[in-house]
Every structure is written in structure tokens, then in C-alpha cells.
Design a protein around this ligand. Structure first.
Ligand SMILES: Cc1cc2nc3c(=O)[nH]c(=O)nc-3n(C[C@H](O)[C@H](O)[C@H](O)COP(=O)(O)OP(=O)(O)OC[C@H]3O[C@@H](n4cnc5c(N)ncnc54)[C@H](O)[C@@H]3O)c2cc1C
Length: 418
């Protein structure tokens, strides 16, 4: 694992773009999805092209953010601290449609929304986040998630998992099932396990937590494991794939998780299922056989459908993790590329940064930073840039990183939704 170095001053392609002049009338750009990727992109499109008609189609008028939602699960913060509206985006001139995109016709260049209206576009940005592969593990469907919450889309599921932890008796077994990659927020499961362990240690110290993992490694692993040994000895156990960690089926009626060789009867079962791009991506024909969306890393345009761009968790963006930080960076870069394309220019490639913070305890933060550039049609790590928090560090450093994490969340949500 790399150590932290001062990372490159990455140039984000959008920074110094001239205002484009359009050949024929005002271009029309639709954005589907108002999460970290889509809302960023819509805002940036309007900033770069004040004369363009920018419309954002989003199912929910209130956005509930996943980053920091593990704090809600463990009673450290309330769900309302995760919730944001789009009023500021509307006041900047982005047209807002609170409906779901139901169908996309790439030939006619229209998006049909749930009331039946077909909305035309010159360029379309899809930012639908993830959907779950229901039925994996066997027996885990939407109905099962009412008993064994995933809490991997923030909202009611987050509160359900919290209530289950609160009502569990001291001495209970909490089991988290972690899916294979690619997944939204590859470190989020381990942050969640850490904060649940923090809660159990303080409130229900005879309890135990097991992570059953479909993987043999995860980012910041040595940092997490060192912290677990120090903070939660005997309380938290990680069971990797090679040690029978993969959950193959669940039995919701008895809250049981089944692996190849064992059955785990849980008091609280948190099943994070395997994922794929949000369903509208497949409808639009921009998802490939993996269930995710290939992109040109310079423009984020789909190689499968012209004039459709995909950003955020739904996109295959190489070495970049599926994170809100990355989604925000991609939203800006994509807007810049679209502004240039619509002005008849050729977008140039830039570097993008991603930083992921994790809380191991409320005052104990660790992070990983990456810098990425397009090589052979995919984002790859810039060698020698980025890295993780140091393995050996005083508690003040960990406390400072916990503060940086909180500051990052305040800043990004103010930038995107403020
Ligand atoms: C527990 C947890 C912790 C996390 N912690 C962090 C963290 O600390 N740092 C970090 O950077 N990332 C974190 N993440 C990851 C982060 O939440 C995602 O990577 C990020 O939200 C991706 O942004 P997005 O815009 O692609 O998708 P989303 O934010 O999910 O937004 C997608 C939006 O599209 C809308 N939508 C979908 N389909 C349609 C449709 N057909 N029509 C209209 N609207 C539609 C949805 O309603 C949604 O609002 C965490 C995730 C989890 C689960």
C-alpha cells in the first residue's frame, strides 16, 4: 500500500473554459438523477452555458445522502442532517422535474418521464446511481430487505437498521454481509462495521459483530484492522471470502445468513447486496453485460449510444472508486466536455482526484486519496500520487482526519445543493 505523498495538483478540465457560442439556438441538455453526480453536472452545465436549457429529472424532491449515513445507523446523527433539496439549483436556472425517467429513445433523442411526457435533448447525462441485483444472495429480495435491511440507499432503510440495533438485546449477534466489487463506496461496509462496534462497545458490550465478506481484501485494510485491534478487540470479526465469508443465501424468517459451510443466525442482519447501474441505464442501452456503463473517460459519452453521457456510480470509471467525491469530480468534468462539444470544440483530457474518508470511531478518521488520468480509454492511477493515512499515527492525527471528513461533507453538500 502506498504511503501518503503530496499529490499532484490535478487539473480539472472545466476550470478555464470559455463561454461557448452556439451555432443554432439554445442547446438542450437533460440530466437524469440529482445525486452527487447529476446535481453537480446540472449546476456546472448552467454555469458554463448560461444560455443553454438545462433540465434535471429526479424522482425525489428531497435528496438523502449516503456519506455519513453510517452515523445515522449508529445514533451519532439524525437523518435530517443527510437531507437536501434542489431549491438553490432551481434558482440558478436549472429546470427541475420531480418524476422518474421511464424510457429513453436514443434515436429520437427523447426521455419519457412517468407522466408520459417525452422530453427532447441534444445531450443527455445519466447519473442514476446504483440498483441492487435482487435475488443475490439467494432469497434476498426487496421484501427480505424489510427484515434484513441493506441501508445502502439512505433513507427509511437507514432508520430501520438503526431501530433494529437499538432494540437488540445486549449479547446479540450483528452480521453484515458485504458484496463483491464493483460496489458503491468500497470502504463503506468497514466504516459501518466500525461505528456499529463503537455503539456496541458503549451500549451493548456483550454483543458481537461479524462481517461476512465476498472479497479477500478491501481498501485501507491494514488501517482498519489495526484500529479494530486497538479499539474493538474481540468484538468485531472479519471473515474473508477464502475463509467461507461469502453469503450464498439468506432466510429472512429466521434472520439467518448461509455460507457454503456455516449458518449464522443473527439478531440483526445487514445485507448489502451486489449492485449494478441504476435501471434506466439498461433501458437506455448504455449498460453492458456487466450491468455497468462503459464510458469515454474524456467526455463520459457512452460508446454504446451517441449523445448519452454516464457519470457517477453507474459508470465504469476504471481505478476510480464509486464515491460521492468521484461523482462530483466526474459531474464537473462531464459538464466541461459537453460545453466544449456543443461549441464544436474537442475536449481535452484532465486528471481527476478522489478522496475517501472513513470513520473508525467518531473521533478516529482515516483516508485514501487517488489521482487518475485516462490511459487507453480508462482511468488509471497516476503512479506516485495519492496514498493512504499513515499506518502509525498519534490519536491527534486520527482526530484531525475525523474533522476533515466532517468538513468535506459540509463543503461538498454546500457546493452541490447549497
Ligand atoms: C453507507 C455509505 C457511505 C458512503 N460514504 C461515502 C463517503 O464517505 N464519501 C464518498 O465520497 N462517498 C460515500 N458513499 C458513496 C456515495 O454515496 C455514492 O458514491 C454517491 O452517492 C454516488 O453518486 P451518484 O450521483 O452516482 O448516485 P446517487 O447519489 O445515488 O444519486 C442518484 C440519483 O438518481 C436518481 N434516479 C435514479 N434513477 C432515476 C430515474 N430513472 N429517474 C429520475 N431519477 C433517478 C435517484 O433518485 C438518486 O437521487 C457512501 C455510500 C454509502 C452507501
Amino acid at each position: 500500500m502506498k504511503t501518503r505523498r503530496s499529490f499532484l495538483k490535478a487539473s480539472i478540465a472545466t476550470a478555464l473554459l470559455p463561454m461557448p457560442a452556439f451555432a443554432q439556438g439554445q442547446p438542450r441538455v437533460l440530466v437524469v438523477g440529482g445525486g452527487f453526480a447529476g446535481a453537480t453536472c446540472a449546476r456546472e452545465l448552467k454555469r458554463l452555458m448560461p444560455d443553454a436549457r438545462v433540465m434535471m429529472i429526479e424522482t425525489n424532491a428531497t435528496f438523502t445522502a449516503c456519506p455519513f449515513s453510517n452515523g445515522v445507523v449508529t445514533g451519532l446523527r439524525e437523518l435530517r442532517a443527510q437531507q437536501f433539496n434542489y431549491e438553490a439549483l432551481g434558482s440558478l436556472g436549472v429546470s427541475l422535474v420531480y418524476l422518474s425517467a421511464r424510457n429513453i429513445d436514443p434515436q429520437a433523442r427523447t426521455v419519457t418521464v412517468t407522466d408520459g411526457t417525452a422530453l427532447p435533448y441534444d445531450r443527455l447525462v445519466l447519473a442514476p446511481g446504483v440498483d441492487f441485483r435482487w435475488g443475490s444472495p439467494a432469497g434476498y429480495d426487496e421484501a427480505a430487505s424489510a427484515r434484513m435491511p441493506h441501508a445502502w440507499k439512505a433513507g427509511e432503510q437507514t432508520l430501520l437498521l438503526r431501530r433494529q440495533l437499538e432494540s437488540m438485546e445486549d449479547g446479540g449477534l450483528v452480521v453484515i454481509s458485504a458484496p463483491p466489487n464493483p460496489m458503491r463506496c468500497p470502504t463503506g461496509v468497514y466504516e459501518r462495521a466500525s461505528l456499529i462496534a463503537f455503539y456496541l462497545k458503549a451500549r451493548k458490550p456483550r454483543s458481537k459483530l461479524i462481517i461476512l465478506d465476498a472479497k479477500d481484501s478491501f481498501p485501507k485494510q491494514r488501517l482498519f484492522q489495526a484500529a479494530w485491534q486497538q479499539l474493538y478487540p474481540g468484538l468485531l470479526e472479519w471473515v474473508p471470502l477464502s475463509n467461507d465469508g461469502k453469503v450464498v443465501s439468506v432466510e429472512p424468517a429466521s434472520n439467518t445468513l448461509v455460507t457454503d459451510f456455516a449458518r449464522h443466525a443473527a439478531a440483526v442482519a445487514n445485507v448489502v447486496p451486489p449492485q449494478k447501474a441504476g435501471a434506466i441505464a439498461a433501458t437506455a442501452g448504455v449498460a453492458d453485460r456487466t450491468g455497468w456503463c462503459p464510458i469515454d473517460p474524456v467526455t463520459f459519452e457512452s460508446p454504446l449510444q451517441k449523445n448519452i453521457h454516464v457519470i457517477g456510480d453507474a459508470a465504469i470509471s476504471g481505478a476510480m472508486a464509486k464515491s460521492a467525491f468521484a461523482a462530483n469530480a466526474q459531474g464537473k468534468a462531464c459538464a466541461g466536455a459537453i460545453a466544449q462539444l456543443l461549441a464544436g470544440q474537442t475536449p481535452g483530457s484532465g486528471k481527476l482526484i478522489n478522496t475517501c474518508y472513513s470513520l473508525v470511531a467518531p473521533d478516529y478518521g482515516i483516508s485514501i486519496v487517488g489521482v487518475y488520468q485516462p490511459v487507453n480509454g480508462q482511468y488509471v492511477d497516476v503512479e506516485g500520487a495519492g496514498g493512504t493515512s499513515p499506518l502509525e499515527a498519534p490519536r491527534e492525527t486520527r482526530a484531525a482526519e475525523a474533522n476533515y471528513a466532517a468538513a468535506w461533507f459540509r463543503t461538498i453538500t454546500a457546493e452541490v445543493f447549497g
